[in-house]
Design a protein around this ligand. Structure first.
Ligand SMILES: Nc1ncnc2c1ncn2[C@@H]1O[C@H](COP(=O)(O)OP(=O)(O)OP(=O)(O)O)[C@@H](O)[C@H]1O
Ligand SMILES: [Mg+2]
Length: 368
């Protein structure tokens, strides 16, 4: 078992003008037994981070520690950590059972114990019927499961999983997410799961570290990422469809400030907390953020209202996504599937004032 701490970790590839700063001042503390995810767009530094935790990549500066003990100078095999990659890296001349057993053989685990653990992992990953096949006789998804099994079988203190479900079809992926969660509960090991898929990260992890451009943006649970995103990037990256962002001026109408969306007649009210944050920042312009899920068709009493014209009506079976326009402002709302909202119709959307997020117009920082 291990708590994984990264303290101001940097990774710079190469030298001089062609140097790439792949990870910048990353500090992160993953609790013992926690399931953490690292989420971010392609190229943001996820794999580089993992490879430094595992020991496959030199740490340019900063410290990686397990249970407070620095690992920087230790080789991968001295770190009690296992990693599974997106690419399978299976031994081509071994069959599946041999591929699974190999890490145990290296560790000197005796044959009957090897047999027991191979069977257990095969059961967990549903690959029992593939035991006699060579890697080239497996589909991409099957190879991915074997590769995952080979990491899991070692039962190390820390598991590092890099995009391990990317080659699975949607149905199998869903099943494997559930299995991974169960495996984590059963083994009670620290797991770090890397993905660019927010659904996977949010479904699996206790906490998600969101990265962008080599930097950590936020490390938090679902509620924090949804309701208190650190900045506009996180609010945009988490949630589907993404958050609506609208430029607004702050209008003081006697009492509480109203946010008047530029180029339109849209006015959003904010709650006391947001009003205080705007006041404290002394801004007369802000970026307003509201999630499409938080603009609703029906009122349940406690809501404010905005009116807009339907630009586009996307019926998706379980719900409908409306693209709405008022003047030059465009935004989206998720509404029930069969609402009467044809293109060109004038409609009213309801929202709770506490769901209106406010961002600094220049720094993109979350204000409240
Ligand atoms: N060995 C290397 N030499 C030079 N640059 C590298 C090397 N490995 C990665 N990079 C660069 O470092 C940055 C981060 O790469 P990294 O592989 O960590 O991203 P990632 O978040 O895992 O992306 P993806 O989601 O595409 O896997 C990228 O700009 C990449 O081009
Ligand atoms: Mg990667």
């Amino acid at each position: 078992m291990a708590r994984v701490t990264l303290d101001r970790v940097n990774k710079i590839y190469g030298y001089g003008p062609s140097a790439v700063h792949a990870v910048e001042d990353l500090s992160l503390e993953i609790e013992d037994g926690e399931f953490a995810a690292i989420l971010g767009p392609s190229g943001c530094g996820k794999t580089s981070t993992l490879r430094m935790i595992v020991g496959l990549e030199e740490i340019t500066s900063g410290t990686v520690a397990f249970d407070g003990e620095p690992m920087n100078a230790r080789a991968p095999e001295q770190r009690n950590v296992a990693m599974a990659f997106e690419s399978y890296a299976l031994y081509p001349n071994f069959n599946v059972a041999q591929n699974l057993a190999f890490p145990l053989e290296v560790k000197g685990v005796d044959a009957s114990e090897r047999q027991r653990r191979v069977e257990r992992i095969a059961g967990l990953l549903q690959i029992g019927e593939l035991m006699g096949r060579r890697p080239r006789e497996l589909s991409g998804g099957q190879q991915q499961r074997v590769s995952l099994g080979r990491a899991l079988i070692r039962e190390p203190a820390v598991f590092i999983l890099d995009e391990v479900l990317s080659h699975l079809d949607a149905h199998l992926k869903f099943q494997m997410l559930f299995e991974l969660k169960r495996i984590h509960q059963e083994l009670e090991r620290t797991m770090v799961y890397v993905t660019h898929d927010q659904m996977e990260a949010l479904a699996l992890a206790d906490r998600v570290a969101v990265m962008s451009n080599a930097r950590l943006q936020q490390f938090g649970d679902r509620d924090a990422l949804y309701d208190r995103p650190a900045n506009r990037f996180v609010a945009d990256f988490i949630g589907e469809p993404p958050t609506n962002f609208l430029d607004a001026t702050v209008v003081h109408d006697g009492g509480a400030p109203l946010l008047h969306v530029l180029g339109s007649d849209l006015r959003f009210a904010v709650d006391g907390e947001r009003a205080a944050a705007i006041e404290a920042a002394q801004l007369d312009r802000v970026t307003l953020g509201i999630r499409p899920q938080n603009l609703t068709w029906n009122t349940d009493g406690d809501t404010a209202v905005v009116g807009a014209t339907v630009d586009f009506n996307e019926y998706l079976g379980e719900h409908t996504i409306l693209t709405l326009r008022d003047g030059g402002a465009l935004f989206r709302a998720i509404v029930p599937p069969n609402v009467d909202a044809g293109e060109g119709a004038r409609v009213e959307l309801h929202y709770r004032t506490r769901n209106v997020m406010v961002f600094h117009p220049e720094t993109d920082e979350f204000l409240g």
